[in-house]
Design a protein around this ligand. Structure first.
Ligand SMILES: Cc1cc2nc3c(=O)[nH]c(=O)nc-3n(C[C@H](O)[C@H](O)[C@H](O)COP(=O)(O)OP(=O)(O)OC[C@H]3O[C@@H](n4cnc5c(N)ncnc54)[C@H](O)[C@@H]3O)c2cc1C
Length: 509
C-alpha cells in the first residue's frame, strides 16, 4: 500500500530554514534554481530553496514545452550547442523522466514561396539528426502527400514537401514540481511564496537573505555559505541588492503562446518558418494545439508580462502561413514568459540562448538563461562553483519513474476511466497510484473537476497535501491542466479555494 505522508507545514519549514547555516541558499524556484538545489542536495550539501511565488510560476511554466536540440540554432552555426542539447534531451527522455517526457515528430513544410528550399531544409534536418547520432531516426524530406496525411490542416496550396525530424515534449510545470520533489527527497528544504527582501552580509560577503512569507506575512531569515541568485528575469534586481552599483547583465525578450482547441488530432507537430531566422510552432499538447512563440524586447516589470491581443493576432497570423482553419474563438488560454539573454547589443531574435553566470562583489552567484532542456548541466556548473566535484553524481530519475502505458493499464483495472488513467500516468508516473489510493478511500475524489477535461479532484487534494500548492492558481494553472484548457470556471476556483482551507485529507502513519 502507498503511504501518503503529509508534507511538513510552512511554519515547520520556516523553522528549519532559520536553523544553522546552509551550504547553499537558492533564491528562485524556476527550473534553474530547482535543478541547482537538486544537484547540490544529491551531492550531500545542506540546501535551501525559496521562491517569491510558486515553483515554476514564471518562465519555467511559460515555455514551448520542448525538450529539444534546437533546430533553429543550426541557422546561427551553433553546432556545439545543438549537440549538447541533444545529449541532455536524450538523457531526460531515456533515463531521467521517460514517464513525463515523450517523443514528438516535427514537420517543416516546404512551400514554393517559403523562405527555405528542400535542399537546405533536408540538409538541416539530416545534420540535426546526425548531431544526436541518429538516435531518433534519420532527419529527411517526405512527400507532400505524406505531410498532408500526418497533418491534414497543413495549407495545401504551394506545398512541395516537408522536412521531418524528432524532438521531445513535456508539461513543464509538472516536470518542475516532480523535480522539486526529487530535490526534497535528496534532502533540500524548500518553500514557495516566500520572497527575498534583502540580503544578509558579514564582512562584505553575502551570507544569507531576509524573507517574508507571502501567505501570512511572517518574516524570517536564512544563513548560507553560498547564495545563488536564480531569479531569471529578476536577476539584476537581486544583483542590485548585492551591489547597488552593479550594471545590467541581461536583456529580456517576451515570448507568448496560445493553447487552442483542436478539431482533429495530428500525427506530427509543425515547425512553421516565419522568415529566414524565425520559426513558429504548432504542437499537439494536452489534447490541444500549442502555438507560438513571439520574440520581442521587453523592459517592463517581469511580474506584469502578459499575452496581449496583438500577440494573439501575431501568433495566429504566423501559424496561418502554413495552417488552415485556426480561429480566434478556439483559443482556450494565452500566456507569456521572458527569455533572459546576455546583456549587450544585438537583435533579440538572433541572440544565442546561453547561460549567464556572474559572481558579484559580495560573492553571490547569479545564474540565468539557458534552457529547460539543459537544466541538469546548470546544476553541475553550480556544484563546481561550490568546489564540489559533480563526478560522483549518477543520473538519477525523477520520482514516479515507470512506463506510462503500464501505469495506465493498472489504473484502468483500479477501475479508472481510460482517459483519466492515461492523463495521470503521463503526469505522475507511479505516483498516480497515490491518487488512486485517495480515490479508493473517498470515491468523490475520482470525479472530474470539469466534465471536459481529464483532471480529477484527487489531484487538487494531492497538490495541496504533497505538492506545495497554496493558491488556486498553483493548482489550476500548474499542478493540473484546467487553466490551460480554459476550464477554470469561477465555481471551480471557489471550490478549490475552499479545499485549500481544509486540513489535509488523508493522515497515514
Ligand atoms: C517563450 C519561451 C519559450 C521557451 N521554450 C523553451 C523550450 O521549449 N525548451 C527549453 O528547453 N527552454 C525553453 N525556454 C527557456 C526556459 O523556459 C528557461 O530557460 C527557464 O525556464 C528559465 O528558468 P529560470 O529558473 O532561470 O527562471 P524562472 O522560471 O523565471 O524562475 C525565476 C524564479 O525566481 C523567483 N524570484 C524572483 N524574485 C525573487 C525573490 N526576490 N525572492 C524569491 N524568489 C524570487 C520568481 O518567482 C521565479 O519563479 C523558453 C523560454 C521562453 C521565455
Amino acid at each position: 500500500m502507498n503511504t501518503l505522508l503529509h508534507s511538513p507545514g510552512r511554519a515547520e519549514v520556516r523553522d528549519e530554514l532559520g536553523r544553522g547555516t546552509f551550504d547553499l541558499l537558492v533564491i528562485g524556484g524556476g527550473i534553474v534554481g530547482i535543478a541547482a538545489a537538486w544537484t547540490a542536495a544529491q551531492a550531500g550539501l545542506r540546501v535551501a530553496l525559496v521562491d517569491a511565488g510558486d515553483f515554476a510560476g514564471a518562465t519555467s511554466s511559460a515555455s514551448t514545452k520542448l525538450v529539444h536540440g534546437g533546430l533553429r540554432y543550426l541557422q546561427t552555426g551553433n553546432v556545439r550547442l545543438v549537440a549538447e542539447n541533444h545529449r541532455e534531451r536524450r538523457s531526460l527522455a531515456a533515463q531521467v523522466a521517460p514517464h513525463l517526457v515523450s517523443p514528438r515528430r516535427f514537420l517543416v513544410p516546404i512551400y514554393a514561396d517559403g523562405p527555405h528550399g528542400a535542399a537546405k531544409l533536408g540538409a538541416g534536418v539530416f545534420l540535426y539528426s546526425a548531431l544526436s547520432a541518429f538516435g531518433d531516426g534519420l532527419g529527411r524530406v517526405v512527400s507532400r502527400a505524406n505531410a498532408l496525411d500526418q497533418v491534414p490542416a497543413l495549407r495545401a496550396e504551394g506545398l512541395r514537401a516537408a522536412a521531418v525530424y524528432t524532438d521531445h515534449q513535456m508539461n513543464d510545470s509538472r516536470v518542475a514540481i516532480m523535480t522539486v520533489r526529487a530535490a526534497v527527497a535528496a534532502g533540500a528544504t524548500v518553500l514557495n511564496h516566500a520572497a527575498v527582501r534583502g540580503l544578509r552580509r558579514s564582512g562584505g560577503r553575502i551570507v544569507g537573505a531576509d524573507l517574508r512569507d507571502a501567505l501570512d506575512g511572517t518574516e524570517f531569515g536564512v544563513t548560507a555559505r553560498l547564495v545563488l541568485n536564480a531569479t531569471g528575469p529578476w536577476l539584476d534586481r537581486l544583483r542590485t541588492m548585492e551591489d547597488p552599483s552593479s550594471g545590467p547583465s541581461i536583456r529580456l525578450s517576451k515570448g507568448a503562446h496560445l493553447v487552442v482547441r483542436q478539431q482533429e488530432p495530428w500525427r506530427a507537430a509543425v515547425t512553421v518558418p516565419v522568415d529566414r531566422y524565425r520559426v513558429s510552432f504548432a504542437i499537439p499538447w494536452e489534447d490541444h494545439l500549442l502555438l507560438g512563440t513571439t520574440d520581442e524586447p521587453y523592459d517592463g516589470d517581469p511580474a506584469d508580462v502578459r499575452a496581449t491581443d496583438a500577440d494573439v493576432a501575431q501568433i495566429l497570423a504566423e501559424a496561418g502561413h502554413a495552417l488552415d482553419g485556426l480561429r480566434r474563438e478556439d483559443v482556450a488560454y494565452a500566456f507569456a514568459g521572458l527569455r533572459v539573454l546576455p546583456g549587450g547589443p544585438g537583435d533579440v531574435a538572433t541572440a544565442k540562448r546561453e547561460t549567464v553566470i556572474t559572481e558579484g562583489r559580495g560573492g553571490m552567484l547569479s545564474i540565468a538563461g539557458g534552457k529547460w532542456t539543459t537544466y541538469r548541466h546548470i546544476g553541475r556548473i553550480v556544484l563546481e562553483r561550490l568546489g564540489v566535484g559533480a563526478d560522483v553524481l549518477k543520473t538519477v530519475p525523477l520520482p514516479g519513474l515507470a512506463t506510462p502505458a503500464a501505469v495506465a493499464h493498472r489504473l484502468v483495472a483500479a477501475p479508472m476511466e481510460p482517459s483519466v488513467a492515461a492523463h495521470l500516468a503521463t503526469h505522475y508516473g507511479t505516483l498516480a497510484f497515490d491518487l488512486a489510493d485517495l480515490v479508493r478511500r473517498d470515491p468523490a475524489l475520482g470525479a472530474p473537476v470539469h466534465p471536459d477535461g481529464p483532471d480529477i479532484w484527487a489531484q487538487v487534494v494531492y497538490a495541496r497535501d504533497r505538492e506545495w500548492a497554496a493558491t488556486p492558481d498553483d493548482i489550476l494553472r500548474r499542478r493540473t491542466t484546467l487553466t490551460l484548457r480554459g476550464l477554470d470556471t469561477p465555481e471551480i476556483r471557489a471550490r478549490v479555494a475552499d479545499l485549500l482551507e481544509e486540513p489535509p485529507h488523508v493522515h497515514l502513519p
